[in-house]
Design a protein around this ligand. Sequence first.
Ligand code: FAD
Ligand code: AMP
Length: 475
Amino acid sequence: MSKKYDVVVIGAGPAGYIAAIRAAQHGFKVACIDEWQNRDGKYAFGGTCLNAGCIPSKAMLESSELYHRANHEFKKHGIVTGEVSLDVGAMQKRRAGIVRQLTGGIGGLFKANKVDGLVGHGKLLAGKKVEFTPVDGDPEILDATHVVLASGSAPIELPFAQFDQETILDSWDALELEAVPKRLGVIGAGVIGLELGSVWARLGSEVIILEALEDFLAMADRDVAATAMKDFKKQGLDIRLGAKVSETSVKDGVVSVSYEDKSGSQTVDFDKLIVAVGRRPYTEKLLADDSGIRKDERGFIVVDDVCRTEVKGVYAIGDCVRGPMLAHKGSEEGVMVADLIAGESAEVNYEIVPSVIYTAPEVAWVGMTEAEVKASGRAYKTGSFPFAASGRAKAMEQTTGMVKVISAEDDDELLGVHIVGPMAGELISEAVLALEFAASTEDIQRTIHAHPSLAEAVHEAALAVDKRALNYINR
Ligand code: FAD
Ligand code: AMP
């Protein structure tokens, strides 16, 4: 006899577990299946984000930033320490502890919401049946009225730089290193490459990041990208643009990396190499041949704008479908499909998905870049405010960067906000909310911002759009 569920979710990453909880809140009988196994052999909910992505990377970014500041900034504050030393083992233990607590928390949330969290493999068969194979048992069939596919993504492997978990690493390995490599190479100056490069550079590695494109952070606003690049260089991150890696070879624990740039062929040796050239949708053994689900040429499950697949009653969300590979995008899709299943109207506003890079300074943006607005043909105005003029930033000793606001000339509509600087990832939330409410720049100008706060920089940048900045000379 097969077990019956209203909703079966395959994948308990930030897309799947949120979809499961929201569906249970609607009163449905829900199962959520996941097979993630950590390197210690333990199974855990939470997917890439909690186990090998967002959370452990932020834990390591925080630890490495504190170490860096203790070495380079404490003196300025009048704090005198002896020599500051590093215990990478303890740092890694803290990282693993945070991951354990948060992934265990999902188990608790499932229980409280009466979601059946099932540990094992899920496969969609024809007719909305799901074959569930427990990690230590025989397959059973779950009969589902609705299925949500949330199988996530995996790192892209370069054929000439295959992961060996020893010298050539993916982002997960790179987060769990037990010692600081002397020479560290990173292929790809995207979000993940920059974050991981920053962690190990702050802990003492000589880091070289090789990026095939000529433009740095091509998806970001040019002013923000230029400011970030200048600061990363100052920190000693050697970011080589227009450097296309074409070959690697490993000998005696040293990896030689060959790349082409404007001046020809180059080779550089590293003790470890992180390959961070993007991620691909992960759908291995997820779909029976007759499931009816179609994938596009890049392997993404084909869905419409509300995440319905071509099979009625089957949805797909998160990294395994189109759109930015971000946890918060997947979670919002999870909420949307659960609400749709409950018969409510729901949508995700894909125009307003914030992007954050958790380097120091942080980089965050939402809405259109200046180049995109220009290309749209709409007349626009911009304003910016440097953190160097912010009292709070000065008190924090973090004055790098600025806030840039872009607004429409005709009706003052807020079009984009771009930040590089301290806590940019927190500050961007105000802009996300403003865009969600279709705010005008004047709405932000007339909103009271606490003093002294970093958020005042957003306020002042909005004022600067109309040359009304109060704490900075308008240009
Ligand atoms: P996943 O988190 O990948 O979860 C999918 C789950 O499904 C996995 O647990 C997998 O085991 C399970 N699964 C797959 N197939 C099956 C099956 N057939 N049966 C059972 N289980 C299955 N995003 C951000 O928004 N902010 C960040 O700061 C950020 N930092 C990142 C840092 C790194 C180093 C990396 C690698 C990623 C980062 N991301 C970040 C991206 C983020 O992790 C992903 O966008 C997010 O995890 C996608 O969520 P998901 O639920 O779609 O998939
Ligand atoms: P993202 O997709 O944001 O994670 O970034 C991955 C980055 O890796 C992109 O900017 C790519 O241009 C870069 N990249 C991909 N392949 C190579 C390569 N062979 N050599 C150098 N950079 C690469």
